[in-house]
Design a protein around this ligand. Structure first.
Ligand SMILES: Nc1ncnc2c1ncn2[C@@H]1O[C@H](COP(=O)(O)OP(=O)(O)OP(=O)(O)O)[C@@H](O)[C@H]1O
Length: 266
């Protein structure tokens, strides 16, 4: 299903400059918006909690698939049966005949399929998943003479794992099978200039969602500690720290003592 929606949302470029002070991040956003227009598959590489899924959604929302589904398939601890049903199709008896149903692929026709934590799979299983995806699509779209409708794949890879497989055969094979654009997402400590903006965003989210937290703010001392800390768990860790601070401050001003202890050690 093609939509008449513009590829780039109105004022999005302006929004990018507003949402990140880091040249590194702005550059990634510009790249993301350019590739969103295309149908290429994407591999997002980054540390835990660095914003891979959020970026995947931005790609989806700014593509011609925006009106279609965005579906996440979580690869951590998937059992074989679940995987087989998802990609290989399951037999179904309907209207007096047997047919193959591809639940996951059917759910994401005209949309985006996000394979979260893809690097948790063994290399052999990774290739199996991708080959099964191609086979499933071939079956599903066998009556169509083009690729329209085929879900776009976005894979998330943990940064450490990426460095491990970079020189292995499996990486070459993945590139051959997917022909992807690879985007490297920096950890938060490499775009610290965004920390005040991101904290504002999280505070605002809490103020909007919880009536008892309407007056929530953060002291300059606490903000400085957040700025000085390295955030190994990236945006996810920062988000949780702000949430903890909000609760302990009872919706008032978050002081350094309300934040996780590790911030006071820096
Ligand atoms: N630029 C941003 N501004 C505000 N919040 C953000 C930003 N990027 C990510 N987040 C939020 O930070 C949290 C972590 O982001 P996300 O889930 O996208 O990370 P991830 O890299 O996919 O995580 P994981 O490694 O656990 O799969 C989410 O709650 C997300 O909404």
């Amino acid at each position: 299903m093609l939509t008449t929606k513009p590829f780039f949302k109105k004022n999005l470029l302006h929004d990018i400059e507003k949402s990140s002070k880091s040249i590194l991040m702005q550059d990634i956003f510009y790249k993301i918006l350019r590739l969103a227009k295309l149908d290429s598959n994407v591999i997002l590489v980054g540390e835990i909690g660095s914003g891979k899924k959020r970026l995947a959604k931005i790609i989806h929302e700014n593509s011609h698939r925006a009106e279609g589904p965005f579906h996440t398939f979580y690869c951590l601890n998937i059992d074989e049966e679940e995987y087989k049903n998802a990609f290989w199709g399951r037999l179904q008896f309907e209207d007096n005949h047997l047919s193959l149903k591809y639940d996951l692929l059917e759910k994401t026709i005209d949309g985006t399929l996000y394979l979260d934590q893809f690097s948790e799979l063994s290399p052999a299983f990774m290739l199996d998943v991708i080959i099964s995806y191609h086979k499933g699509c071939k079956q599903l779209f066998r009556h169509r003479d083009d690729d329209k409708g085929k879900p776009r794949l976005i894979l998330s890879l943990n940064q450490e794992f990426y460095h491990e497989i970079l020189h292995q055969d499996v990486w070459e094979k993945l590139l051959d099978e997917l022909n992807p654009v690879v985007i490297m997402l920096p950890p938060l400590r490499e775009h610290k200039e965004d920390i005040p903006l991101i904290i504002d965003y999280f505070l605002d989210e809490i103020r909007t969602n919880y009536i008892d937290y309407k007056n929530l703010s953060m002291s300059a001392h606490a903000l400085l500690a957040c700025f000085n800390y390295d955030w190994p768990g990236n945006l996810l860790q920062l988000k949780n720290a702000i949430l903890q601070g909000a609760i302990l401050s009872r919706g008032n001003t978050i002081e350094l003592r309300h934040l996780p202890f590790s911030l006071s050690l820096d």
